[in-house]
Ligand binder design. Sequence first.
Ligand code: MF3
Ligand code: CO
Ligand code: CO
Length: 281
Amino acid sequence: MKRPINKNGITIHSAADFEGMRKAGKLAAEILDMIGEYVRPGVTTGELDQICHDFMIANNSVPATLGYRGYPKSSCISLNHVVCHGIPGEKIPSATSKNSKRKDDTIIDGDILNIDVTCIVDGWYGDNSRMYVAGKAKPYAKRLIQVTHDALMLGIEQAKPGNTFGDIGAAISEYAHKHNLSVVRDFCGHGIGAVFHSAPNVVHFGRWGKGPVIEEGMFFTIEPMLNLGKYDCEVLADNWTAITVDRKLSAQFEHTIGITENGAEIFTESPKGLFDQVLKS
Ligand code: MF3
Ligand code: CO
Ligand code: CO
């Protein structure tokens, strides 16, 4: 199907397209609602991935990441100092020798983790991620998670016609810096819709008023990754797993949104109101 593309290469969607995204986003959020109760010390990331996979299949959707550019799993699970694209089932290298208790991909008490799932429903992509905690998290880890969540929501507030993509990045990074956290630069949000990743790159830093103008009918993700230490990342030999160079903690939240006349519709809003559940416990 032909859809209009604006001068910045960004697709403009119709009212019918919004309907498609509502379904995909809702299922994507339901997966994250469903998986929360399984996150506890003793479970493996491989098991969590399998549960997400089975849920997607049972709900007539396709896991978008499975086989995407060779990615082997139906979710990304990023533990502690993993920034993004952690591969479920793979052992995570320890951040420090203190933390060498982990022998495999088993989650242990105090771990914080991001689960990122994207499902395809009737050809539409719903992409979202949230933070979870296994057992009891350290206060500084909880604070990182809180600020990252709030930074995403502040970014979404800027997502409306007439504002620019720079406004989104500026809102997120100003808030992060105010709280002495750094903003990852190597990974960004993206256009989405009938494809997984498209224009524009939605960067989570930037300057007020810069970048392409936001227009009604755009669909994209905002998915800031904030670090306790420096923003620098490195990618492991598996070519996917991104970790912080200083091995300090990283957190991320992601929503898929659509631009309406006055603001943003969050397609991946939690049906059970659990998006920020980790912050209420
Ligand atoms: N869901 C991720 C995103 O937010 C993309 C993961 S691609 C994968 O864009 F191949 F790593 F799974
Ligand atoms: Co995304
Ligand atoms: Co994602």
